[in-house]
Design a protein around this ligand. Structure first.
Ligand code: PGA
Length: 240
């Protein structure tokens, strides 16, 4: 795993945006794997600015998001569909038909998981997958547990994730208890993975990522089996 240690959140965002920009310029029809949460917001802001200044063209880019709450309507301002529009898609020239996010409003979630998994697997592999990391070490919504899932699936959110995400909602009670998420196998299919981490709360998870152990108790440690991962993290996440 390659480490890029940054002074702070801004530098982390700068480096991540530069990696993506480099790919989009080189391969205008590339596929990006995208994440939500507060960590990638600065990266998306920079990509938006690069688009606005004429430096980047997203018209040929295809995207797959990692996850979505379930059940949730795309109009709900807490949905990841809404988040992606607000933080990136509404500001760049990406084509609507090239954007893929699991449908939190699907009537049959199991079927939606199957549809999404097949869509990812039948498309060109993701060129760069952006990941955040949960305080509990989750990636996507692959939560710690006795075992991990290989494919897109419905998952019950852990107490840790519900309380970490409560800051986006009026109260903890409003945080959905379930989500649809790419599985570990779906994520590992990406050619390159960029994991972003900022802030002291992520230190324990980042430390586990940097030792030699792989454990389902800290799902991100499975990334050690992938040959092309870049960890871009700030000093607070790295040193605690
Ligand atoms: P955050 O979430 O970026 O809001 O910290 C990361 C995650 O839960 O994967």
């Amino acid at each position: 795993m390659k480490l890029i240690l940054c002074k702070n959140y801004d530098e982390m965002s700068e480096k991540a945006a530069a990696e993506i920009a480099c790919l989009v310029k080189k391969a205008p029809d590339c596929t990006l794997g995208l994440a939500t949460g507060s960590t990638p917001v600065g990266t998306y802001k920079r990509l938006t600015n690069m688009y606005k200044s004429g430096e980047l063209d997203f018209s040929g880019v295809k995207t797959f998001n990692l996850d979505e709450y379930y059940p949730i309507s795309p109009e709900n301002s807490q949905s990841y569909d809404f988040f992606m529009k607000k933080n990136l898609f509404d500001h760049i020239n990406i084509k609507k038909e090239n954007v893929n996010i699991p449908k939190g409003s699907a009537n049959d979630p199991e079927r939606e998981c199957q549809r999404y998994e097949e869509l990812v697997r039948s498309s060109d592999p993701v060129d760069i997958q952006i990941l955040g990391i949960g305080v509990n070490g989750h990636i996507g919504f692959n939560e710690p547990g006795e075992y991990l899932h290989a494919s897109t699936h419905v998952t019950e959110l852990t107490e840790s994730t519900i309380s970490a995400n409560a800051r986006f909602f009026e109260s903890e009670d409003e945080v959905p208890k379930k989500a649809i998420t790419m599985g570990i196998g779906t994520i590992l299919r990406a050619k390159k993975i960029i994991l972003l981490a900022s802030g002291r709360a992520k230190h324990a998870a980042i430390s586990a990522l940097l030792d030699d152990r792989i454990t389902t108790d800290i799902p991100a440690t499975i990334l050690k089996t992938h040959g092309n991962v870049i960890l871009i993290c700030d000093e607070e996440a790295y040193y605690g």
